[in-house]
Ligand binder design. Structure first.
Ligand SMILES: Cc1cc2nc3c(=O)[nH]c(=O)nc-3n(C[C@H](O)[C@H](O)[C@H](O)COP(=O)(O)OP(=O)(O)OC[C@H]3O[C@@H](n4cnc5c(N)ncnc54)[C@H](O)[C@@H]3O)c2cc1C
Length: 484
């Protein structure tokens, strides 16, 4: 008889776990995927506005080392080479001292790594040698055999100064980039996370950045969901897990709610029709042998919160030390072309410090004469919670327009503006702050049949990104299969 597995959450980790379970043990497992939202992909999902345009939960980049994500996409029948488009190996730090957007060229072999900072004109000449030398040392440490996790309790600024970088260099965008990219801005970032990124990106090919040619949910995650169905899996749609039901060391049920009004889906997708007419239902899912939870940390720690026995136990108590941040994202079109840089621009004032012109990459916009540029902005909300959406949008336009050579974005004719504050628990992103790893769990839990996956769960990638989420999903699936 087949053993039953419930996978909760349909982001990168949930889709990776659910498909991997059926790839590994198709004859021995029955897998059900609990899908909360309208769109597959969790934090990396996309949606469409009433005007039919698509927007992302936040701008998402694929890095050259994302082998697991690419392989999953290929197994789902999608040609990853068609879907992920290279940004040409360049990124563009905005440095406040020069008020200019500079270019950092990521091409060339790894011997050139330190050398590229000697020609980076975003640093004054007097600082380039010291910075290039430090980055060369950091790359050597990252690529060496030492266990990088020992650098987790240090922030990267301290690591850099301890390793000979002049302290004032911490103020440059080219140094602060990873803090911003991991949304640890304005918080400090663990030196381990930066060094681990450098280790994984240690060749130009593995550091190259790519973007998706269209809406992530439609282009990437739905084909994977269809592949899961083709493998024999089933989807429990529009279902929110609220509490664990447990007995001794086993999860025996999951309390779920269907908070959404039914009938919103077109009913054309294979996972939608079953839910019509069932809004507001609360019930318990039971009868499974294993559960893989890919619920994000900020949601996970709210489940069964009134149960002191659970939350006073050392395992669960440690999870309360983890923190996550709310992100903000904004997409706008301009009539005239602006920000014609191939790669991401970063280092602008908070909250929306990163900007990318997606016009050349997004198929739907590439040949649209009404959109001269399509700007995707992203950043962390911290410090701006009291600002209205229009204040944030307006400040962002001012910040960018002040940069030398950009010109007035408003004069370029701002069209549609979509701003999202990703504040809810399921949207928040784990902060990889110093010391975080001692509190991050692995796939196993005190319950014999509950396994964890998700970007916040430790894995061989270990970074808070889609590739880490996929790796953790695979690990949780392997844990289940090893117990059959
Ligand atoms: C603005 C932004 C930009 C980012 N940029 C990048 C990038 O450029 N590159 C990159 O690699 N990564 C990026 N990330 C990180 C990346 O999105 C995540 O690391 C990754 O998507 C996490 O996948 P996951 O499956 O672990 O979690 P999630 O994507 O959060 O998936 C969890 C799933 O569980 C569901 N869920 C939540 N609560 C419940 C519940 N109670 N019951 C049932 N289901 C539930 C959610 O709806 C979701 O489907 C970015 C993140 C953000 C927020």
């Amino acid at each position: 008889m087949k053993r039953k597995v419930l996978v909760i959450g349909s982001g990168a980790a949930g889709l990776a776990a659910a498909t991997r379970l059926l790839e590994l043990a198709p004859d021995r497992l029955e897998v059900k995927l609990v899908h909360q939202g309208h769109h597959f992909g969790g934090k990396a999902s996309s949606t469409r506005t009433s005007s039919g345009r698509f927007i992302e939960h936040g701008w998402h980049m694929v890095v050259g080392f994302y082998d697991r994500l690419r392989a999953l996409v290929r197994r789902a029948g999608v040609n990853d080479g068609d879907v992920f488009l290279s940004m040409g190996g360049q990124s563009h730090p905005f440095e406040s001292w020069s008020q200019r957007i500079h270019t950092l060229d990521g091409s060339g072999d790894s011997v050139d790594f330190a050398g590229r900072f000697l020609s980076y004109d975003g640093l004054p000449i007097a600082d380039r040698g010291n910075y290039g030398w430090f980055m060369g040392q950091a790359m050597l440490a990252a690529r060496g055999t030492q266990d990088l996790t020992r650098h987790d309790d240090l922030c990267f600024d301290t690591f850099a100064i301890e390793h000979g970088m002049r302290p004032h260099l911490t103020k440059y965008s080219v140094f602060r980039f990873l803090r911003e990219a991991y949304f640890n801005f304005p918080e400090q970032i663990s030196a381990y996370h930066v060094l681990q990124s450098m280790r994984l990106m240690s060749t130009p090919a593995r550091a190259e950045s790519f973007v998706c040619k269209g809406p992530w949910s439609e282009v990437v995650w739905e084909p994977i969901a269809r592949y899961f169905l083709a493998l024999g899996g089933t989807v429990e749609p529009f279902t929110l897990a609220t509490d664990w039901v447990w007995d001794g060391t086993r999860i025996t049920g999951v309390r779920v709610a269907r908070p959404d009004s039914a009938g919103h889906g077109e009913g054309t997708r294979p996972w939608e029709p079953a839910v019509r007419g069932l809004p507001g239902t609360e019930r318990t899912l039971s009868g499974f042998d294993f559960v893989v939870s890919t619920i994000p940390h900020a949601v996970f720690v709210k489940m069964n919160r009134s149960e002191e026995r659970m939350w006073r136990s050392p395992y669960f108590k440690r999870l309360l030390n983890l923190r996550s941040g709310a992100t903000v994202s904004m997409t706008l079109t301009t009539r005239e072309p602006v920000l014609e840089f191939p790669g991401p621009i970063f280092g602008f004032p908070a909250p929306l410090g990163i900007a990318v012109n997606m016009k050349p990459y997004w198929e739907e916009y590439r040949n649209d004469p009404k959109a001269g540029s399509v700007l995707d902005f992203v950043g962390q909300e911290a410090g701006f919670e009291g600002w209205s959406d229009s204040e944030i949008a307006s400040a962002t336009l001012d910040n960018f327009s002040r940069a030398y050579g950009v010109g007035d974005l408003r004069a370029a004719g701002v069209g549609e503006v979509e701003l999202h504050r990703n504040r809810s628990d399921s949207e928040r992103l784990l902060l990889c702050e110093p010391g975080v790893n001692q509190f991050r769990p692995g796939p196993r839990t005190p319950f014999d049949n509950l396994f964890l996956a998700g970007d916040w769960v430790r894995n061989e990638v270990d970074l808070i990104c889609m590739e880490g989420a996929v790796a953790s999903g695979h690990n949780a699936a392997a844990e289940v299969v090893s117990r059959l």
